[in-house]
Design a protein around this ligand. Sequence first.
Ligand code: GLV
Length: 314
Amino acid sequence: MTILLNNDGHWHARWRAAIETHMPGRAVVEFPDITNRASIDYALIWKHPPGDLEKYPNLKAVFSLGSGVDYLDAFPTLPEAPIFRLIDTNMAEDMALYTLYWTIHFQRLFGTYQTQQKQAKWARYPTPLAPDFKVSILGLGAIGSHIAKALARNGFDVSGWARSPKDITGVKCVYGKDALETILPKADVLICCLPFTKATYMSLDLAVLSKMKKGGAFINISRGAVVNEADLLTLLDSGHIGGAALDVFHAEPLPENSPFWSHPDVHVTPHMSGATNPDTAVQIISKEITDFENGIMPPYPYMREATCSREVKA
Ligand code: GLV
């Protein structure tokens, strides 16, 4: 029983330690130091080189070490073995706290107070109570629905949009293309949790984002490729979008010359809103492997039909 490990070459010692703790008895081989391909039965990977997974004759299943699987969409071929996404509620909760932090930042005008402090200016402004502050969430998958519930629990007026009907306690859920038009103009804060697929690529463009309420804020925690960044900048420059907290970008790391770095209304974070935690992730994967060996399918299979036919930059 040998696990192939490749977290895009990062933090392998932490992953190895977690595997040794939570999957005792399994050997770990770190990509690319493989001597016996036939010994590998499970692969734990993130952004693995395309074409490599097909070279393990006894591979039973692949576990992706993150929730977004758009990097797999760019693989020209995939192995026969099933591939599963990682949905870790600890990661979803981290992302919920990230969006709560920025939602409160925009609701309570903390950006204004930061600027005022630099000027030794003492002035305060009325702000809406949480139930009067409207948050709209685009995408109600495992992460988006977790975020929606967390914001609703904290008293915000939360709406959510998805492609298909959803039912989430405390959240006004709408679906379909026309419904998007109804929640954009209401949103004091719009949070993007959309997966990056062929359908969502650059879908948040001038036409869509200009339907937002004037002065509303935008938070993106999914993928930069879902947004037309030039259009977002146009709307930030004109003040139509009053502020943005951006954790993801078309090109990562964000290039030094990106206008987002120095934009006065933009907060840039380096794709850290919900980092995978090796300890909790391996505990989940360990249980899923045990279930899989007993004929029980892990809950989040990767669906090839959601594929993108565009070049992957992230
Ligand atoms: C990170 O971006 C992930 O998709 O898990």
